[in-house]
Design a protein around this ligand. Structure first.
Ligand SMILES: Nc1nc2c(ncn2[C@@H]2O[C@H](COP(=O)(O)OP(=O)(O)OP(=O)(O)O)[C@@H](O)[C@H]2O)c(=O)[nH]1
Ligand SMILES: [Mg+2]
Length: 290
């Protein structure tokens, strides 16, 4: 058997979590068009005959906005790079920036790194990929460079193959039926945050965090009470919406995701609370698990 840890790193919004989900075959890591969607290290497990991959999704590496939250997100990225067997660097095939170079500068010299040029489905002229591949290849000693589409699933078997070749031999660490190291409580909070990121405009998502206050099983039913923290009361009003319509839509979509992943009915009750300065408070950040 081969089994090992594979960190998925890159600047925000390049498609790291979409790739993790595609490789695992389940939606365990939340995704959205907005940067900074992922805030935690999340493991996702993929089993193939003779191989267990433990993928580690990470937050997008930040080069702007210096809140304590962002410092913690970047520390999570650095820590994830330190103890894995293989690294997958994800870049957007159509947009290579200074923020990508900042991530390449973090790559440890001793761990094999595979560069995945994602979103090739959005590149009309495929000839443009060649100079991009050459540009990236010059910046680090990559073990391989592979154009992929995480969203369409293109070239993912090829990517998995070059990763597998570099995993150490050893016993598997997770059972056949395990998808992730995260529990339902964590996933419930993330699904709520995903709907906030997807449904609301620019400012509000970054000012929110979700706390699960209680999570109870009653037979097949899960009864979940969550609080969304916001920074200001104006954000609370936006999040709740006219007559509570926005919050209702967010909660109902999140509940749908929970029911399909958990496989049972969910009763979800979501409240919004103003907690000024939470993203710069060490105590709050630690409580939120960042
Ligand atoms: N066209 C296209 N879009 C993609 C592909 N992969 C991801 N996306 C989109 O890119 C956006 C960002 O995807 P995420 O997976 O959330 O990106 P991320 O790198 O995890 O982002 P952060 O967690 O914020 O760092 C989403 O709108 C995805 O649907 C792809 O292969 N093709
Ligand atoms: Mg992500």
């Amino acid at each position: 058997m081969r089994c090992g840890h594979v960190a998925i790193v890159g600047r925000p919004s390049v498609g790291k979590s979409t790739l993790l989900n595609a490789l695992v075959g389940a939606r365990i890591s939340i995704t959205s068009r907005k940067p900074q969607t992922t805030r935690h290290r999340i493991r996702g497990i993929r089993n193939e005959p003779g191989v267990q991959f433990i993928f580690v999704d990470t937050p997008g590496f930040q080069t702007q906005h210096a809140s304590k939250l962002n410092e913690r997100l970047n520390r999570t990225v650095r820590d994830a790079l330190a103890d894995v067997d293989v690294i997958v660097l994800v870049v957007d095939a159509a947009r290579f920036t200074a923020a990508d170079r900042a991530v390449i500068a973090l790559l440890p010299p001793s761990i094999p790194v595979i560069a995945a040029l994602n979103k090739i489905d959005a590149v009309a002229d495929k000839r443009a990929l060649l100079p991009r591949l050459a540009e990236i290849a010059a910046l680090h000693e990559f073990a391989a460079l592979i154009p992929i589409s995480a969203e369409r699933g293109s070239e993912l078997p090829a990517l998995a193959h070059v990763i597998a070749e570099r995993l150490p031999e050893g016993p598997v660490l997770y059972g056949d039926d395990e998808l992730t190291d995260r529990d339902e409580r964590f996933l419930a909070a993330e699904f709520i945050r995903e709907k906030i990121f997807r449904q609301l405009g620019d400012e509000v998502p970054y000012s929110t965090a979700v706390v699960i206050e209680s999570f109870e099983h009653e037979g097949e039913l899960r009864r979940i009470r969550a609080t969304v923290l916001v920074d200001k009361s104006s954000q609370k009003a936006i999040l709740i919406g006219d007559g509570g319509a926005r919050m209702k839509a967010i909660a109902s979509q999140a509940r749908g995701d929970m029911e399909s992943l958990f496989g049972g009915r969910v009763f979800l009750d979501v409240w919004v609370r103003v907690k000024r300065g939470w993203s710069d408070s060490d105590a709050m950040l630690t409580r939120l698990g960042y």
